[in-house]
Design a protein around this ligand. Structure first.
Ligand code: FAD
Ligand code: SF4
Length: 400
């Protein structure tokens, strides 16, 4: 075989470290360009080529039904439940359902390896993607690294590794690129366990956020924006600190989120077989979206260990979303006492369960549509997918 007749990825080399990425400022550092599969970047990159319909059809056999409210918001699915792992995994982000599935997938022989993200020995928040071959290596990846993570760089290790069946864990932009190159990977079977994701940051951006939002940024080991409209920080001495969303220093933090995340509409990870998050469940529980039979197969691995409950929904998000659009755009910062009062009120009468999920999706899609129209007007029409356009059309947006 001549070099010219080899498939593109066998002729390509990863981009040199530090060289500009094809998506420029919109790059989420998903890692594809750090592998030979950079050969397909123009088609595969989530920020150069949005292709949700094709992605969903390929992964699930059909695209989402835009006339079905649940599918419009949460994507193609055959089942949604809320769950808690019992007993929880100590040190996991929530109860550890994701890590448990990774461990069981290896122990049961379903896969040879799990693509997941460990942390740097020097810094809890610096991600280190790995192809985990043992349960211990999967468990070492538990808990979020709330920073952009080059997960797909480890594709470079696949050739010659003996890995034929892989479980990939990742967030939407990573999974969009992975799905686009899936047929060219040296694999017999790929399973995809996705997590919802918004408002990710670079490592430097995370520092700015922690210094602005926490009373002790140096000791934060874990945080999450939770369904009670508060950010929950856990510190290295075990102390819990909570801060109301509405008290964040918006003028200071508006620019902290990565441009990739300000232009993303894949909050619920449309291409994954199974999604594990929290935002469609009531406070303290996790939220699972089974998109297709492979996703159910992954859930089957842990279902006997889960305390399951149906998803629920209550409240009405719409007025709060509309008010939030203007407040965010004007970068309003509430004084501490008022932020506490608003937080207390919203927690009692505000949206819960799936309605909280819709609140968060509406708030982020409207903000992001405005950001794309202002910062990349030339690509707004192609880049904002049909389902997001339908959701955004329900609100009044400030002029671009
Ligand atoms: P664990 O068992 O603790 O496992 C966590 C897994 O996350 C590990 O397997 C690890 O490989 C992977 N991981 C860690 N950091 C990253 C990263 N940077 N990129 C890709 N994979 C990573 N859920 C919502 O419902 N709404 C949200 O807005 C939301 N935002 C998120 C933002 C980020 C950056 C991340 C990483 C996750 C987000 N999630 C969100 C998912 C949620 O926080 C939990 O990760 C999920 O519910 C799984 O919890 P767990 O206890 O089962 O995970
Ligand atoms: Fe490459 Fe991923 Fe960045 Fe797109 S987002 S330019 S595929 S590293």
């Amino acid at each position: 075989m001549t070099t010219a007749s080899l498939p593109p990825h066998e002729r390509a080399r990863p981009l040199a470290k530090g060289s500009p990425k094809p998506a420029k400022d919109l790059c989420s550092d998903c890692g594809l360009c750090d592998s030979r599969w950079v050969a397909y970047v123009r088609n595969a990159c989530a920020f150069l080529n949005q292709q949700f319909e094709r992605l969903e059809e390929k992964a699930h056999g059909r695209s989402r039904d835009l006339n079905n409210e649940d599918e419009l918001y949460f994507g193609v699915h055959q089942r949604m439940v809320s769950a808690r792992l019992g007993p929880p995994i100590a040190g996991a982000q929530w109860t550890g359902i994701v890590s448990r599935i990774g461990v069981r997938a290896l122990e049961s022989g379903l896969v040879d390896a799990v693509l997941c993200v460990q942390q740097s020995p020097d810094d809890r928040f610096t991600p280190v993607p790995v192809l985990a071959r043992t349960p211990e290596e999967v468990l070492a990846a538990r808990v979020n690294k709330p920073t952009l993570s080059p997960n797909l760089e480890v594709l470079e290790q696949l050739p010659g590794s003996g890995i034929r069946r892989l479980l990939a864990i990742g967030v939407g932009c990573q999974i969009q690129a992975l799905r686009a190159v899936q047929d060219t990977l040296p694999l017999e079977q790929l399973y995809v366990l996705g997590m919802p994701c918004v408002d990710n940051v670079s490592r430097a951006g995370l520092q700015t956020f922690l210094e602005s939002a926490s009373s002790s940024p140096a000791t934060v080991v874990h945080y999450e924006f939770m369904q009670d409209f508060r950010i929950h920080f856990r510190h290295s001495d075990g102390r819990q600190e909570t801060v109301p969303f509405f008290g964040l220093d918006t003028p200071h933090l508006k620019d902290v989120f990565a441009p990739s995340c300000l232009s993303c509409f894949d909050y619920v990870n449309a291409g994954a077989d199974l999604v594990v998050g929290y935002m469609g469940a009531t406070f303290g529980r996790q939220w699972l979206v089974v998109r297709n039979p492979l996703g159910q197969l992954l859930l089957d691995l842990v279902e006997p260990e889960l305390e399951l409950a149906p998803v629920t929904s209550s409240g009405d998000r719409r007025a709060a979303v509309q008010q939030g659009i203007g407040a965010y755009d004007k970068a309003v910062k509430l004084p501490g006492w008022l932020a506490e009062v608003v937080g207390w009120l919203v927690q009692r009468v505000g949206p819960k369960g799936l309605e909280y999920g819709r609140f968060s999706i509406d708030s982020h899609f409207t903000r992001n549509a405005l950001w794309v129209r202002r910062n990349h007007p030339e690509k707004a029409d192609q880049h904002i997918p049909a389902f997001a356009k339908k959701i955004i059309s329900r609100y009044r947006l400030p002029s671009a």
